[in-house]
Design a protein around this ligand. Structure first.
Ligand code: MSP
Length: 532
């Protein structure tokens, strides 16, 4: 599947609980992961984007019961909803990992055995407050009034059971050493600090089995117990690494794509990914992933958006009404990825209309119309080298490629969009100032050519650099500029070479026949205004 010299990039979204259909909060991680995957694909990397579903545990079992379904039928229905949403949002995932797959059962059993053989699993007694929505025991001091979960605001349940435990406490020193050796492992820094102080306070072993729960894998050494859903779910990433026809063994799973380059998650599941998961891998003598990034929550009126709080947005309605590019753009441009960000429909419409419809779409349209009138509908031929370094568009254009690449690499989507869009904004200002229509009247054709080339090139570069975020719109812009290149498909070994040209200033070929000017992006209208 991969050839030796092509760099690889493997990344994951969380495996979503299938207690309900996805909401826009859960889609947030996936939109970001897809943008990163597209960014690396554009550069010519071999990319593996893993998403999937976490289908075991009490929460799912209860929801299925409430819906009058057997758990598997319930899961299958909800999974279909996830797949449908990912398609609507234009998510190009490579593997969809379901924790109810028979292959996964084999991976989990083998992994459990390794940790068992290491002596890191023992039977013990567990007492405490359990949040079924988090599928996690909570410390009493974390709880809100009347024993409510601080995240889900629902009552927690008292549990008193014999369980199997994982010796997390064995890994306290090794984890602290690892965090010190790899300071970029947990990002952003604020989350890293949270994790460090959590581990420094001392780690307690955690239970990895449940009693009185049918929906899950039996503990391989004791079928009276069911494996704790998180122990099973994290291994879903590993199962996803298997090629379709490979025997489900750990050796096969870890042979190609491991270690994963990036786990993208929300901040509520940071502890599982940055503490429990690395310790489990250390116990199994496996190398650790490169990076865990915990992003903020989408909030509405300051509250985490989620099904349990009943304050979600329906992502399907949002995408159906406004299109995938608009939704992707807003969430990645207008919110700072590491922090919480509030959704408001007014802001959504304002940002998307200002940036995509006005700055980018209108600029392309008006410039194309001028190119039809003044340059026979072709890209004007100019001496690019002769443009002074102080030319405002040349200056921005020469720097934008590297700056945007740095921003994507550090998952600063907002910054990547800001810089890329900056080219279009500057293009608008430049064309207004230069007024090529009056220069044309005066017969100054070479000035007109120069202005139109630099503005069209600014739009092109802006669209190219925004491809990971707005793949369809970027492609429409490229088509109007006369390219036959499909930015969103794999071009085999040619991808890196194409990227080297297209991510830089000056890639618009002189004399290329431009498309017929047509609006590439319709302005958004509020949802209510569209109702009959
Ligand atoms: N099943 C676990 C993950 C197991 S990974 C091995 C889980 N699932 S979840 O469906 O509850 O959440 C999936 C992701 O959605 C998490 O990263 C979570 O942080 C994210 N979000 C859920 N609500 C969110 C917001 N309101 N805002 C942003 N992200 C949120 O946890």
């Amino acid at each position: 599947m991969t050839s030796g010299s092509i760099p690889r990039f493997a990344l994951t979204t969380p495996l979503y609980y299938v207690n309900d259909l996805p909401h826009i909060g859960s889609a947030y991680t996936t939109m970001a992961a897809d943008a990163i995957a597209r960014f690396y694909r554009l550069q010519g990397h071999d990319v593996l984007l893993i998403t999937g579903t976490d289908e075991h545990g009490q929460k799912i079992q209860r929801t299925a019961e409430q819906r009058g379904k057997v758990p598997q039928a319930h899961c299958d229905e909800i999974v279909a909803g996830f797949e449908d949403l990912w398609q609507r949002l234009n998510i190009q995932y490579d593997r969809f990992s379901r924790t109810t797959s028979p292959r996964h059962a084999q991976i989990v059993a083998e992994f459990f055995q390794r940790v068992w053989d290491k002596g890191d699993i023992y039977q013990g007694h567990q007492q405490g407050w359990y949040c079924v929505d988090c599928e996690e025991f909570k410390e009493e001091r974390e709880l809100l009034e009347e024993k409510h979960c601080p995240i889900h605001k629902r009552p927690v349940e008292w549990r008193d059971e014999q369980n199997y435990f994982f010796r997390l406490s064995n890994y306290e020193d090794a984890l602290l050493k690892f965090f010190a050796d790899y300071p970029d492992f947990i990002q952003p820094t604020s989350r890293r600090n949270e994790v460090l102080s959590f581990v420094e306070r001392g780690l307690q072993d955690f239970s990895i089995s449940r009693v009185n729960l049918d929906w899950g894998f039996p503990v391989p050494t004791d079928d009276q117990h069911t494996l704790y859903v998180w122990f099973d779910a994290l291994l879903g990433y590993v199962t996803a690494l298997l090629d379709e026809d490979a025997e489900p063994t750990l050796e096969n799973a870890f042979s190609q794509w491991w270690p994963i380059n990036l786990h993208l998650i929300g901040k509520d599941i940071l502890r599982f990914h940055a503490v429990y998961w690395p310790a489990m891998l250390m116990s199994a003598d496996l190398p650790l992933p490169h990076r865990v990034f915990g992003h903020g929550f989408l909030t509405k009126d300051g509250q985490k958006m989620g099904k349990s709080l009943g304050n979600t947005l329906d992502p399907v309605a949002l995408v159906e009404h406004h299109g995938a590019d608009a939704v992707r753009y807003y969430f990645l441009k207008a919110l700072e990825f590491g922090r919480d960000g509030d959704f408001s429909e007014t802001r959504f419409i304002d940002v998307v209309n200002a940036d995509l419809a006005n700055s980018l779409g209108n600029l392309l349209n008006r410039t194309l119309k001028m190119a039809v009138k003044y340059c026979d509908g072709k890209v004007p031929d100019i001496n690019l080298e002769a443009l002074p370094d102080t030319h405002p568009l040349v200056q921005l254009g020469r720097e934008a490629g590297d700056q945007v690449a740095n921003a994507y690499q550090s998952l600063n989507f907002s910054q990547a969009c800001h810089i890329a869009l900056g080219l279009a904004k500057a293009g608008n200002q430049f064309i207004d100032e230069q007024a090529p229509w009056s220069l044309y009247q005066k017969g100054e054709q070479s000035r007109v050519n120069e202005i139109l080339y630099t503005v069209l090139e600014s739009v092109r570069l802006s669209a190219y650099l925004l491809t990971p975020v707005i793949p369809d719109l970027s492609l429409r812009i490229y088509q109007q500029l006369g390219f036959k290149l499909d930015l969103n498909v794999d071009h085999g070994g040619k991808r890196a070479a194409l990227h080297a040209v297209h991510s830089h200033w000056g890639a618009l070929p002189a004399q290329q026949v431009l498309g017929t000017p047509q609006p590439v992006f319709q302005k958004l209208e509020p949802l209510q205004a569209a109702a009959p």
